[in-house]
Design a protein around this ligand. Structure first.
Ligand SMILES: [Zn+2]
Length: 343
């Protein structure tokens, strides 16, 4: 029995000095001493060789040894696997937190939001309407009757099941729906996606985004139109930007004008973007055609109004120098990541 006692003493010494650097070493300790084929079990197995009169004394000794080993195991576990007490000591509250990727807003969304916020400050409300339209709201009401040559400029996609339906070519259709329901004064902007049957290239796409505006009230003049749009470009591009109006033609406005701004890239000296003219076209505008007002039973002798429309992609191109329209719809993360975070 002396040999067994000596063995236990040796194991106790071994266990006392046992050190575990990590959870793996702690587990190794458990397997070695407390596992099903471990030392504690083996020593317990020796009980059968102990003479009967010594069984009680040895039983006590072996039990103590077992408890001693188990306590050591608990202590190792606490120091290596992060028991509550130890973990609290190890947390470094000065470390930065985990970051969550939140993505970025699409450049067209950033620019559309900016346009909308500028016009909201002038008292314009936002109106929205369907992208699948009927002929009347998209063309007829806008003084573009069938066979009008201006329709050729706005070829679009038609729905097979019902040829009277089409994908809207401009958000003027939303203006039509507003005039249908609301009496003047009307002051709305209509942001949204529009469609054209165009071959896709760097300069043209089968869909793009517009923000159109409409202001109808008594005594609305061309001077109001100019000042409103001048305010808009100054807010959008800075106080130094210059504007010029060129006479133009749209079936739904009379008189009509295209508005240019001084080239932001060369400052008016001439470059590729402005085709060496120093000016860049950014929107179309004009006084609402009396025929359009009459289409909605608005008295054209009492009320006047102005309307304008711009392409969000165009403004975005000038703001961010994006030269290829296709980039906006390719979902290339390398391109999209360059814009302001969504938060
Ligand atoms: Zn230029």
């Amino acid at each position: 029995m002396e040999a067994l006692l000596q063995q236990i003493e040796n194991y106790k010494k071994e266990i006392t000095v046992y050190e575990a650097a990590d959870a793996e070493a702690t587990e190794a300790f458990r397997i070695k001493y407390l596992g099903t084929k471990g030392i504690v079990k083996a020593i317990m197995g020796e009980m059968k060789n102990v003479p009967n009169d010594q069984k009680k004394q040895f039983g006590q000794l072996l039990n103590d040894f077992k408890l001693f080993t188990e306590e050591k195991y608990e202590a190792l576990k606490l120091s290596t696997t992060g028991g509550a007490q130890t973990a609290a000591k190890e947390i470094d509250w000065s470390l930065p937190g985990d970051s969550f990727p939140v993505g970025t807003r699409h450049p067209l969304t950033i620019v559309r939001n900016e346009i909308v916020s500028i016009f909201k400050r002038l008292g314009f409300a936002v109106a929205e309407g369907p992208e699948i339209e009927d002929d009347w709201h998209n063309f007829g009401a806008m003084n573009l009757p069938e066979d009008h040559p201006a329709r050729d400029m706005q070829d679009t996609f038609y729905i097979n099941q019902n040829p009277a339906w089409l994908l809207r070519t401009h958000t003027s259709s939303v203006q039509a729906r507003v005039m249908e329901k609301q009496k003047p004064p009307i002051r709305v902007i209509c942001p949204g996606r529009v469609y054209r049957n165009e071959t896709i290239s760097a300069r043209a796409h089968c869909f793009f985004h517009q923000v159109e505006g409409l202001y109808i009230d008594e005594n609305v003049s061309f001077a109001d139109l100019k000042q409103t749009l001048y305010f808009f470009v100054q807010e959008m591009f800075g106080k130094d930007v210059k504007v010029r109006f060129r006479p133009s033609y749209f079936p739904f406005t009379e008189p009509s004008a295209e508005m240019d701004i001084s080239c932001l890239i060369c400052g008016g000296d001439g470059c590729n973007v402005c085709k060496h003219t120093g000016w860049v076209e950014i929107l179309g505008s004009g006084m609402v055609h009396p025929k359009v007002l009459e289409n909605f039973n608005i008295d054209a002798n009492k009320y006047t109004g102005f309307a304008f429309g711009m392409g969000v992609e165009r403004i975005c191109q000038l703001k961010y120098r994006v030269n290829d329209l296709r980039l906006y719809s390719q979902n290339d993360v390398r391109f999209l990541k360059q814009f302001t975070s969504a938060v």
